[in-house]
Design a protein around this ligand. Structure first.
Ligand SMILES: [Zn+2]
Ligand SMILES: [Zn+2]
Length: 438
């Protein structure tokens, strides 16, 4: 626990310094309540994420040092004056129910939960939002973290009545006591982002003909388009062909999520899961092997390099291409591959963090394939309920640490954080979790 030579007003943090590749473990003043809506969380575990590397490498244009990390789980140790049964009427439920001692996980961005944008479920773009681990807001790779708008932002893992679920109350309670913190921490980013990518693809109008077995526009089945020419589809027409580009932790979460959605809806499918790195392809294969039949029946998943994927998709579809592409890399080369693999009237869902470079697609290319492009950050807070249910259901892949099929490689202390960042940057370690008290 707290070492004796650390004064109580101080806490240990992992901090990034400009211009690049400079990670230091430092003692800083403990965060304090600055606004009545703030919550101070004592961090139990904080993860390192692929998107931390944009800052680490100096590619993000950020010039100010800051505490790293946007994925953390912990315990409430202090609440601002907005919290309490009386003062919080009409506000998000956690303002009246959150207590000191509650276990909480935070999405990677702050969201107020009470503006128009949040009400629509677009919580990742709340006008009052900030990204944890940025110059605007210190992150969770620390012993303590300040969470602004905590009543709208946090998930209370000590009170299962505060979110909806397809699980019974008993199943939720059992999950909350039985699932490891290292697994619950996936809710901060990687699992909701993977679920989001899958949901964006499967709910896109461009995939409806394949899913419903009705041609365009009959498949829309809305009151203003209730007509069209019925056609008999062949069984082959009904097979949904999907590519997942990028098999880091988020790509694997997207694969597990879309496999679960397709198998539980009994929709036939073929998925090609693609990565340049053999180690990531091997991880995907191990995860696929570990998933129970209830989470992958009704189709097949093949793991490929980018070049092999083109051949695979051409063979599967007679040269037509994939109906949906999940792009989980955030690099122009991944978008070029996505465009090569997508069919005409297909959709590319991109949840990778893209930077300054121009998109590699011309207007003519987009026109000629009738391609739909869907970009951007996952509204993690809004995605929490379906992500939680999937986390509970798929403990066969989300439960472990350091096993062949685990998304998390290891849990380490802050000592050696600079070396861990360097190894993560080189791809020699997978997802790492920091325990700030180890
Ligand atoms: Zn992340
Ligand atoms: Zn908001």
């Amino acid at each position: 626990m707290t070492s004796t030579n650390t004064p109580v007003e101080q806490h240990k943090v992992i901090r990034w310094h400009p211009p690049s590749y400079d990670i230091r473990v430092e003692d800083l003043p403990k965060p304090k309540i600055q606004h009545p809506d703030d919550v101070i969380v004592k961090v139990k575990l904080a993860a390192l994420c692929g998107s931390d590397l944009h800052v680490y490498r100096g590619h993000s244009g950020i010039e100010k040092e800051h505490v790293c990390g946007h994925e953390f789980i912990g315990e409430v140790v202090e609440l601002g004056s907005s919290y309490g049964p009386e003062s919080a009427k009409g506000r998000p439920a956690l303002y009246s129910s959150l207590k000191v001692g509650d276990k909480v996980v935070s999405p990677f961005t702050v969201n107020c939960g009470e503006c128009h944008v949040c009400r629509l479920g677009y919580t990742g773009r709340c006008p009052e939002g900030f990204l944890f681990g940025s110059p605007a807001l210190d992150g969770g790779q620390a012993q303590f973290v300040r969470v602004p708008k905590g009543g709208g932002t946090l998930f209370n893992l000590s009170n299962s009545s505060t979110w909806s679920s397809n699980l019974s109350k008993e199943e939720k309670e059992k999950a909350l006591t039985g699932i490891a913190d290292s697994s619950l921490l996936m809710l901060a980013d990687i699992l909701p982002t993977g679920v989001y990518a899958a949901i964006q693809a499967l709910n896109h109008p461009k995939v409806l003909p394949v899913i419903t077995g009705k041609p365009w526009p009959l498949c829309l089945n809305s009151t203003d388009v209730g007509m069209g020419n019925a056609v008999d589809f062949t069984p082959e027409d009904r097979v949904l062909t999907i590519a997942i580009i990028g098999l880091g932790p988020v790509g694997i979460c997207a694969a597990v999520s879309i496999l679960d959605a397709l198998s539980s809806r009994k929709l036939p499918f073929r998925i090609v899961a693609i990565d340049l790195l053999e180690s990531r392809r091997e991880k995907m294969k191990a995860v696929y092997a570990a998933i129970g039949e209830d989470g992958k029946a009704g189709g097949e998943l093949v793991v490929c390099s980018p070049d092999d994927a083109k051949i695979q998709v051409a063979n599967w579809t007679g040269g037509i291409g994939c109906t949906a592409i999940l792009e989980v890399v955030g690099h122009t080369s991944a978008l070029t591959l996505a465009y090569d693999l997508v069919r005409a009237f297909g959709v590319i869902v991109s949840v990778g963090v893209h930077g300054a470079p121009q998109l590699p697609l011309t207007g003519r290319q987009c026109y000629n394939k009738n391609v739909s492009l869907d970009f951007g950050r996952c509204p993690a807070r809004a995605m929490f309920p379906p992500a939680f249910d999937l986390l509970v259901k798929r403990q066969d892949v989300f439960g472990g640490v350091g096993e062949d099929a685990s998304l998390i490689d290891r849990v380490v202390g802050f000592e050696g954080a600079a070396e861990i960042y360097a190894q993560f940057d080189k791809g020699t370690v997978g997802k790492v979790i920091f325990d700030p008290w180890k």
